[in-house]
Design a protein around this ligand. Sequence first.
Ligand SMILES: Cc1cc2nc3c(=O)[nH]c(=O)nc-3n(C[C@H](O)[C@H](O)[C@H](O)COP(=O)(O)O)c2cc1C
Length: 216
Amino acid sequence: MSNDPISPESLIQKLEWRYATKKFDPTRKIPAAHWEALEKALVLSASSFGLQPWRFVVVQDPALRARLLPHSWNQGQVVDASHFVVLAARRGMDSGDIQALIQRTAEVRGVDLEKLEGYRKMIAGFHQMADTQGWLDAWSARQVYIALGNLLTSAALLGIDTCPLEGIDPARYDTLLGLSGYTTLCAVAVGYRAADDAAASFPKVRFPHARVVEVR
Ligand SMILES: Cc1cc2nc3c(=O)[nH]c(=O)nc-3n(C[C@H](O)[C@H](O)[C@H](O)COP(=O)(O)O)c2cc1C
């Protein structure tokens, strides 16, 4: 598969262009092909062991979005953005999740299941450790945030605006979305900035490079 790189300048320009959009233009909708690409970007996100302990719920029903609004600090992005996706993490991952990955790997790569037994055992060992030490769900959550970052960057590359939202009530979201086995962590409003979103022109606030990046 070929991969024509974009220039470093272009990458930085796109990352400077993106910002947490406070006000979306409710009249502008993302074209289907672009949205499809963003869903694929979510699916293509990297995860530890490739376990993909996540669920992405695309909420396009306006009535459901209106019900989520009061549980989202009344942030208008929830109802105004073209698309709204809730990122949920697997809760209590079990051996079935590991088996599903092994099965899928065998299928996609045309490998015999026996050949993947060592890999399955290695993941099972990791799973047992995470479970007994009490950080299994925290691990799942970390994977979901990789997908979040991937979505923000992918959208920016397509010239599409986003706002990540942790200002939501995850328990209410879980109930309203009928999630089971997964729990809401955050959401992302995706669409196009309103012409009068003042936040678009705010200078980016980042610590100086040297405070954040160390070279040894
Ligand atoms: C995990 C996460 C949750 C966030 N939650 C909200 C939110 O609920 N509402 C909001 O307006 N911005 C939210 N933000 C946006 C941040 O405030 C913003 O990314 C940060 O101030 C940096 O600004 P920039 O993204 O515009 O460069 C969130 C960002 C992240 C990464």
